[in-house]
Ligand binder design. Structure first.
Ligand code: C5P
Length: 232
């Protein structure tokens, strides 16, 4: 089985903060996640800064709009040279299919990932939207819809990862946040997996933020995590 690849979440405001982390992790981590905070502050220049240093990039902007607009946003994101981009599966099958077509035309090697149900949403939040299903049922429904619409994988929570694996198979990519080394502070994450557990479950990508970015030594933390994955 291919070992999980670690993507470090760059939850920062400035390029200086990003460069400081890159310098500490150079030679250890090659994949980084740029989210709404960093991208909204800095725009495409932050992507260029990472690309110029040959890093791989997951642009986590979770597009959700009408099919044409979403597909064009995916195209624009991939034209920046990112390696992974995502959309909300709740935008529907046509939106995902059009986005997947745009992704394949722009860069067939890039991955288009779907977000199913935000992990911040519980049963009550779904009921408020008029959805009388459990979050877990909705996750599986949207993961299958994403797969049949040509999407390459989903962002999954530790809780649903194995069910998605059963429903969608081992080749459907899983990008897992909520990763905490054993004994680490779980912070605001509710249900977590250790890097070794997530790797043993076959997740292709692990998104890790604070256990590395807030560590006394980010490099030592990253190395310990990579070792745990290699031994899983
Ligand atoms: O610091 P931490 O390891 O919790 O960071 C996890 C990253 O993954 C953050 O950028 C967070 O926004 C993102 N994420 C998450 N849970 C989701 C989706 C994304 O924690 N369900």
């Amino acid at each position: 089985m291919t070992k999980s690849e670690v993507i470090v979440a760059l939850d920062y405001d400035t390029p200086q903060q990003v460069q400081n982390l890159l310098d500490q992790l150079s030679g250890t981590i090659r994949y980084f996640k740029v989210g709404k905070q960093l991208f909204t502050q800095n725009g495409p220049s932050i992507v260029k800064m990472l690309k110029d240093q040959n890093y791989k990039i997951f642009l986590d902007l979770k597009f959700h709009d009408i099919p044409n607009t979403t597909a064009q946003a995916v195209r624009s994101a991939l034209e920046l040279g990112v390696d992974m981009v995502n959309v909300h599966a709740s935008g529907g099958s046509e939106m995902m299919r059009r986005s997947a077509e745009a992704a394949k035309e722009t860069n067939p090697d890039a991955l288009l990932i779907a977000v199913t149900v935000l992990t911040s949403m519980d049963q009550n939040a779904l009921s408020e939207l008029g959805l009388s299903v459990s979050p877990q049922e909705q996750v599986i429904r949207l993961a299958k819809l994403a797969q049949s619409s040509g999407i390459d994988g989903v962002v999954a929570s530790a809780k649903e990862s194995s069910l998605i694996r059963e429903a969608c198979g081992v080749d459907f990519n899983q990008v897992l946040p909520g990763i905490r080394p054993r004994g680490a502070d779980v912070q605001d994450q509710k249900r977590v997996l250790s890097p070794g557990e997530a790797a043993a479950q076959g997740a292709q990508y692990l998104v890790i933020g604070r256990p590395i970015t807030k560590a006394e030594s980010p490099a030592a933390s990253a190395e310990a995590i990579l070792k745990e994955i290699a031994e899983a």
